[in-house]
Design a protein around this ligand. Structure first.
Ligand code: TRP
Ligand code: MN
Length: 448
């Protein structure tokens, strides 16, 4: 990018992968124009706070937990669903923070995660070849041609749902729900009875005890906001560039451009081409940004991405999210870690142990094995240990619900069980118990 030539619209000069075909361009333009006048969803100062927190991760003094839905849905949006997703993430964060003794940076895949890249423009649904489902920001998952039409009004609906979600997240994290005196209340009934649920109760008891101890020592714990509130940031894959452009605003304080659709946005594995529109758009916004890296990423490519997205080498600006697969992480990751370290680029390295481990089960469902997920995380930690870099964090797809989408876990889910509560519209997610279990395992790796 030529910095002087960058603008929120300059991506339009480059090939943009994975963009929907909108049947009515006039309507699309009207919607986007309207969105340009809508209030920002997040503020530049908050994005800068996240860069600073991620800077601590880049320097090995904190850990990143990025978690949430594969894709958010319009039709299952309720206050309870937001609260429940937040509460599993808080539970995981408390386990990680307590057992590692390091701050945990908390980012949700939430309040904007409505668009999905697809491997083909059409898909077979029953007897029909239909336009692929691209997330509720674009079309509907229903099995008719009508449902699959890209509808610009969905961009607006995604904006408004994100706004309502953020409103709840802000109240929950600043208004008492995330208070450390309430750690017990984050354990849901169906989790409490499980092994990891009981283990969590022990951690929660110890935190209670630590708080009572501090109070007995004369620390006025009530007046310490850091015990009662937490910073919780939002993120999504910035796929539909018209939407992101319409929400990009110049910060009055610094004159810099920020994408106000989320605190952090990431580029997917399918849209990270060096000469592509997504790269151009991401190069000019000042938010902290992420980039997914699959097993085919080469060291040169990754260093080029670092130079393009973080030429000033600001720690916390760039998070590289490796999604290699359990089998390939040990060979594919170390060369990338080495190349980035040799180039002197400060990055956060996060492990996405989900997307490289998806397969179709004998019973015909898209699933992931909990064991593969853990193996990829272990391989990620081992690679960092070998190269001498910091395993900065994990990026996972989860739900608080008692779903049966991923195989295995402490309460073993078998192929035959997948059908019983398989609710995802997109990729298979960890359920509440598997998520907590994963947090304990990651905490163990961090303690070593
Ligand atoms: N403010 C601290 C933090 O965010 C401690 C804290 C408060 C916390 N509520 C939390 C930690 C909930 C994890 C989960 O780290
Ligand atoms: Mn996914």
């Amino acid at each position: 990018m030529d910095a002087a030539a960058w603008s929120p619209t300059s991506w339009r000069e480059y090939p943009a992968a994975q963009q929907p075909e909108w049947p009515d361009d006039g309507e699309l333009q009207r919607v986007l124009k309207h969105m340009e006048d809508l209030p920002p969803l997040v503020f530049a100062g908050e994005a800068r706070d996240l860069t600073a927190e991620l800077g601590e991760v880049a320097e090995g003094r904190a850990f990143l937990l990025q978690a949430g839905d594969c894709a958010e849905a319009f039709d299952t949006f309720t206050a309870d669903s937001v609260r429940d997703r937040l509460r599993v993430i808080l539970q995981m964060a408390v386990v990680l923070t307590y057992s590692s003794g390091l701050p945990t940076v908390k980012i949700g895949r939430i309040a904007g995660q409505f668009a999905k890249p697809r491997s083909a423009p059409t898909e077979r649904v029953g007897e029909l070849d239909l336009a692929s489902f691209r997330g509720h920001m674009v079309n509907d998952v229903g099995g008719t041609a009508e449902a699959r039409l890209a509808d610009p009004q969905r961009l607006l609906r995604a904006y408004h749902q994100s706004s309502a979600t953020l409103n709840l997240l802000r109240s929950f994290t600043k208004g008492g729900f995330a208070d450390l005196t309430r750690v017990h209340s984050w354990n849901q009934a169906f989790v409490r009875s499980s092994r990891e649920g009981r283990r969590y109760e022990q951690v929660a008891d110890e935190i209670d005890r630590a708080l009572r101890f501090m109070k007995a020592c004369g620390v006025d714990t009530r007046s310490q906001p850091m015990l009662h509130e937490t910073n919780f940031f939002t993120s999504h894959e910035a796929l539909i560039l018209g939407y992101e452009e319409a929400l990009t605003r110049r910060d009055a304080l610094t004159g810099d451009w920020y994408d106000s659709s989320a605190h952090l946005v990431w580029i997917g594995e399918r849209t990270r081409q060096a000469a592509g529109a997504h790269m151009e758009f991401f190069a000019g916004i000042r938010n902290p940004v992420g980039c997914k890296l699959g097993p085919t990423a080469t060291p040169d490519e990754v260093v080029t991405i670092c130079q393009r997205l973080n030429p000033d080498r600001v720690p916390g600006r760039l998070t590289l999210i490796a999604r290699m697969g359990a089998e390939r992480v040990a060979t594919a990751l170390p060369p990338l870690l080495g190349a980035v370290a040799d180039a002197g680029h400060p990055v956060v390295w996060a492990c996405d142990p989900m997307h490289g481990n998806t397969f179709t089960s004998a019973g015909g469902r898209k699933t992931r094995r909990f064991d593969d997920i853990l193996r990829e995380i272990a391989g990620f930690f081992a690679a960092h240990e070998a190269v001498g870099t910091w395993p900065g964090g994990v990026h996972v797809e989860l739900t608080s619900d008692d779903v049966t989408e991923c195989l295995g876990g402490a309460e073993e889910i078998l192929d035959a069980d997948l059908a019983s509560r398989y609710e995802t519209m997109c990729d298979p997610r960890l359920n509440g118990r598997q998520s907590l279990d994963l947090a304990f395992r990651v905490a163990e790796l961090l303690r070593r």
